[in-house]
Ligand binder design. Structure first.
Ligand SMILES: Nc1ncnc2c1ncn2[C@@H]1O[C@H](COP(=O)(O)OP(=O)(O)O)[C@@H](O)[C@H]1O
Ligand SMILES: Cc1ncc(COP(=O)(O)O)c(N)n1
Length: 559
């Protein structure tokens, strides 16, 4: 109630100067003339000094309680694209992955009030519309856009790009439930579409706008785009997500002169609820960042395609249309809940590959890894110093499948690119490789990072930089690493006593000396890493079984 009373106190429509100023410092709108920019900087209000304006989309749409579509999809898509999103809610739907159970339309006056709150204060760069459930709400929207001069500035007379209006003419949900009935069609045609910079109907909506014309082919989509363009929007994007028998997901854009076909591989998934809302809001986000319509559509389509791809296997809800993951990052970061976290006891028997040794014994990297794991290796590191990148990646993918089957983490030595490309569990890096702090930034919070350390100082730094474990050595001399200074058992013990991170000992360790290492009995020492003792032998399986037994015996002896 208090909110209603306050609404009278809002300031009046902003002056063009204020609007222009805001646009001038918007990172998205770099098309401003430099001379204009300077003139306006002189008029700058002190409170805006040093502030960066964030590109901003206002979405006017319905709430989806299942959060796959509607306002929730718009918020997630804009956030994923780095754009601020304000929200005016036109309807509250009770909705899930099965369908729409109820729709509660927000009173027109309250839609007007929400619009006033946002438009009088926040000056969005782009307005995007979704579910507009009644002709009355469309009228309120069009009136508010005019009242707050959302579309008054023009490129020609001020050199500012005008605010864009993106209209997603939502009518029926993916589940087939009606969200806005045919009564709104006249308002769309007569009021909203003529104001739109781009309208994004799916096949059914395009057909409804054209009095039921059937749309079966890309050719039909082109004709529909042209006919809808005649209604008044500057650009029409007919979406072909539902095009029958098409192995590609094809969308057709018509800008009044040219047709553009956007094709992407159709992702086989049932998690497509909200694709239309997401496409429109990410087009809006790109426009707010300063893209042209053509590149906004291109980027938005790419974004929807990748998000669908990353989400094809997620399971949310029991219905036929699941939501997808807007905030998909890297595949592995998107699903951290699917991986068990790193456990220091994984370091117990740590197998490190060496391509030269495996070649010598005539076996592939993956065969060697499989045998090591079957014999008891608890973690694997691929250390391939002289393998071509393409071959390394392919071998790493195969090894990863084996490791996943056995629930054994797979790390890549040094090559963060390979670790990311194959979605390995992490990396092991040396003191002269990529700094651990940078590696952590690239790999995100969930990946395992191990660092080679010889001194307590290096161990301390590894801890500060965000590593998960350290590898300490060489404990004994070895020919797998040239010019490697050995630290001996004493050096190992010193580092272990100081290290805040779990330690794995490395360097010349095998069946003959593993007991001496493990019997140091320092709590942070969790295991031994072995190269030649496993891989420079005829039978990796036997060696790894024997070594595990020796490690277990020595840990028992320590207890
Ligand atoms: N299975 C899919 N694989 C890849 N892209 C898809 C898939 N389904 C839809 N799209 C794309 O998602 C966007 C939304 O299209 P569509 O699903 O037809 O909209 P709506 O959700 O409004 O029905 C379009 O760019 C379309 O090409
Ligand atoms: C509130 C709201 N707005 C839009 C859609 C359309 O999305 P979809 O076509 O993916 O069901 C929806 N289902 N709910």
């Amino acid at each position: 109630m208090g909110f209603h009373l306050c609404s009278q106190a809002f300031h009046s429509t902003p002056t063009p100067t204020h609007n222009q100023f805001l646009h001038s410092i918007s990172r998205g709108f770099v098309r401003t003339r430099v001379s204009n920019l300077r003139a306006m900087q002189q008029e700058e209000e002190p409170k805006h000094l040093g502030k960066v304006r964030v590109p901003h989309v206002l979405t006017v749409a319905g709430s989806d309680s299942g959060a796959g579509a509607g306002i929730q999809a718009d918020l997630k898509a804009c956030s994923a694209r780095g754009v601020y999103c304000s929200t005016v809610i036109t309807a509250v739907t009770a909705q899930n992955t099965v369908g729409v159970q109820g729709v509660n339309v927000v009173a027109e006056d309250f839609v007007r009030e929400q619009l006033k709150s946002v438009l009088s204060d926040m000056h969005p760069d782009v307005v995007k519309t979704g579910m507009l459930p009644s002709p009355g709400i469309i009228k309120v929207l069009c009136q508010s856009l005019k009242e707050f001069q959302v579309r008054v500035a023009s490129v020609d007379n001020t050199n500012f790009v005008k605010e864009a209006l993106v209209v997603d003419p939502v009518m029926v949900s993916t589940s087939g439930d009606v969200l806005a009935g045919p009564l709104i069609l006249a308002s769309f045609r007569e009021e909203l579409l003529p104001m739109a910079d781009i309208v994004t109907p799916n096949l059914r909506e395009a057909s409804a706008l054209l009095d039921g014309a059937p749309l079966q082919t890309v050719g039909d989509m082109r004709s529909a785009a042209k006919s809808i363009h005649d209604i008044g929007p500057r650009n029409v994007l007919v979406k072909g997500g539902d095009l029958p028998e098409s192995s590609d997901a094809v969308d057709v854009l018509f800008d009044g002169k040219e047709f553009y076909e956007f094709r992407s591989t159709r992702i086989i998934t049932s998690n497509t609820h909200g694709t239309g809302c997401t496409l429109a809001s990410s087009i809006a986000a790109e426009l707010a960042r300063g893209s042209s319509v053509l590149s906004a559509v291109k980027i938005a389509k790419r974004y929807v395609g990748s998000a669908l791809d990353y989400s094809k296997d997620i399971l949310i809800g029991g219905g036929r249309q699941g939501p997808f993951d807007h905030l998909m990052k890297l595949k592995h970061n998107a699903l951290p809940c699917m991986r068990r976290p790193f456990d220091p006891s994984d370091l117990l028997m740590y197998a490190v590959t060496d391509s030269r040794m495996n070649k010598r014994w005539g076996r592939s990297m993956s065969d060697a890894v499989k045998a090591a794991i079957e014999g008891g290796a608890t973690i694997v590191q691929l250390r391939e110093k002289d393998t071509d990148t393409g071959d390394f990646l392919e071998a790493a993918k195969t090894c990863l499948e084996i490791c996943r089957r056995h629930n054994v983490p797979l790390l890549i030595n040094d090559r963060i690119d390979i670790a990311l490309a194959c979605d390995a569990d992490g990396v092991h890096i040396g003191q002269s490789d990529m700094p651990a702090r940078v590696a952590r930034t690239i790999l995100g919070p969930d990946k395992i990072i191990g660092i080679s350390c010889k001194t307590p100082q290096q161990a301390e730094k590894a801890w500060i930089d965000g590593a998960d474990y350290i590898g300490c050595g060489g404990v004994y001399p070895t020919n797998t690493k040239e010019n490697n200074i050995t630290v001996g058992l004493d050096g190992l013990k010193t580092v272990c006593l100081e290290s805040k991170l779990p330690v794995v000992a490395i360097g010349g360790i095998g069946i003959s000396n593993v007991r001496a290492v493990m019997e140091l009995g320092v709590p942070s020492l969790k295991g031994v890493a072995v190269v030649s003792a496993l891989f420079d032998r005829e039978c990796v399986l036997t060696e790894s079984r024997n070594l595990l037994r020796a490690i277990m015996d020595s840990t028992k002896a320590v207890k």
